[in-house]
Design a protein around this ligand. Structure first.
Ligand SMILES: [Zn+2]
Length: 462
């Protein structure tokens, strides 16, 4: 395509027909049909000079390292600050100076709901916003999550199709956000935690819960339908939940047979399967059915932990929302959820500190733990507080950092491309001026964010 502005005298020719003709032959003055999306890796090579590098959380840090990046992936990591001239590369070589920073893999949150934000407006939003509104809303939350240092998230329960459109737009570089693994609608029994509640009958009939199923055969169908809609992972509401407007407790809701049919079908289709589960019986039933992950696990006890260890399943505890909502009945009654309907409030008040004590026990007993926040219950963009919760529950700072990197990647089945900085993996990188190994609160102050080789934040410029 010719780029000489004056080659056909466009500036002096005002005729629409002439302009259309010029566009058609590709010589128009400003039309650039080949412009790439906004957020794609730059061409050429990038070298990051990392002052302190934690390439693989769980292993030791290295001082003065160079991370070489091409096409959004890590090519190699070399000792010392390698100058641009010493890298053999086609195209431009640029150097990013993080010599004063603590550099580590971008974080992974295994449990978010990008399509909304809990609170008193949620119920009305659900009937006022259509899928296009939801998608734009979710794009805002996705950006906030990325700017908090999370380069991958797993969205476990966003209704309809907008989350898949957002996932694909982010992947294509059209929208700023973390990479998304999405379940779409959760698989739920009729009237279960993932169904729609709290509206008059005619409204309920108009609001589909796409993942509803009853009986093993029907639940096999529901899993297949979720994969057909685009699900990367299967999310199941195995027990009741706190924030559904129904006075049915938090006990087991799917039968053992249904859970087994769901887990087997998900695995047959190459998907991980995870269960929202609060009550001990429901958690244990999902573990016995072969679930890969359990979300929340609020009422898991010592016996439950032993089954976790037998099956090797990962627990995704979601503790920060408890702090955000209030971890005593008094704080809950004053907190952001104080106006929620009575059936929800009754369940909320039973929680108290239980989820925090549960994580401390799980950690003490050596259960596999990976990071998840349930953001939407807590505000999007505050996800990194979960690292702090795990340290408060008894983990070392390093153990906590592992939950949101190597552990989360393994739990989600994406260790081949995320969770650590090694050749062949995605260039998903965050940096902080203070070391989170010295003080875990450093995770709240991220200075540098790269996802798939694109820099979304570097100091003041973003
Ligand atoms: Zn959730």
């Amino acid at each position: 395509m010719l780029r000489n502005k004056h080659s056909f005298g466009v500036g002096t020719c005002g005729g629409l027909l002439m302009a259309a003709w010029l566009l058609a032959i590709g010589n128009a003055r400003s039309a650039d049909y080949n412009k790439p999306p906004e957020f794609v890796p730059p061409t050429g090579t990038t070298i990051i000079h990392a002052g302190t590098l934690l390439a693989v959380p769980g292993q030791s840090t290295q001082q003065a390292q160079s991370v070489v990046i091409r096409d959004g992936k890590i090519v190699e990591i070399r000792s010392g600050y390698v100058p641009a001239a010493s890298v053999s590369a086609v195209g431009e070589v640029r150097v990013i100076d993080l010599r004063e920073q603590f550099v580590m893999p971008g974080w992974i949150d295994l449990h978010v709901h990008l399509s909304g934000q809990s609170g008193s407006a949620r119920k009305l939003n659900f009937v006022e916003m259509d899928q296009a509104d939801v998608a734009l809303h979710a794009a805002m939350y996705a950006r906030r999550t990325l700017m908090a240092g999370f380069t991958t998230v797993r969205d476990l329960g966003s209704r309809g199709y907008s989350i898949f459109a957002l996932r694909d737009a982010i992947k294509a570089g059209k929208v700023a956000g973390p990479k998304i693994l999405s379940s779409g609608d959760a698989i739920t029994p009729t009237g279960g935690h993932g169904d729609v509640h709290g509206y008059r009958r005619e409204v309920l009939q108009a609001l589909p819960a796409l993942g509803t199923c009853n009986g093993p055969d029907d639940c096999r169908r529901a899993v297949r339908a979720a994969v057909k809609r685009g699900a990367d992972v299967i999310k199941v509401t195995a027990t009741g939940g706190v924030l559904s407007e129904t006075a049915t407790g938090t006990g087991q809701q799917f039968t053992d047979e249904e859970l087994k049919a769901i887990a087997d079908t998900a695995h047959d289709l190459g998907r991980k399967v995870t269960a929202h589960a609060h009550a001990k019986q429901g958690i244990e039933a999902a573990l016995r059915a072969g679930f890969d992950n359990i979300e929340h696990a609020m009422w898991a006890d010592e016996g439950t932990m032993k089954i976790f260890k037998q099956t090797g399943a990962w627990m995704v505890p979601t503790v920060y929302p408890i702090t955000a909502v209030g971890d005593t009945p008094e704080k809950m009654k004053q907190g952001p959820f104080k106006d929620l309907p009575p059936p929800i409030m009754a369940k909320l008040l039973q929680l108290g500190r239980q989820p925090k004590d549960m994580v401390a026990l799980a950690h003490k007993m050596g259960v596999n733990i990976a990071l998840g926040t349930d953001s939407a219950v807590s505000p999007h963009g505050e996800n990194a507080n979960e690292f702090i919760e795990y340290v408060n529950a008894g983990m070392t700072n390093m153990e906590s950092l592992m939950t949101g990197t190597v552990n989360a990647a393994e739990a989600a089945g994406i260790s081949d491309r995320a969770g650590s900085l090694e050749p062949g993996k995605a260039a998903d990188i965050v940096a902080m001026s203070a070391s989170p190994l010295d003080s875990i609160e450093a995770v709240l102050d991220v200075d540098f964010i790269m996802r798939d080789g694109f820099v979304f934040k570097h100091g003041a410029e973003q």
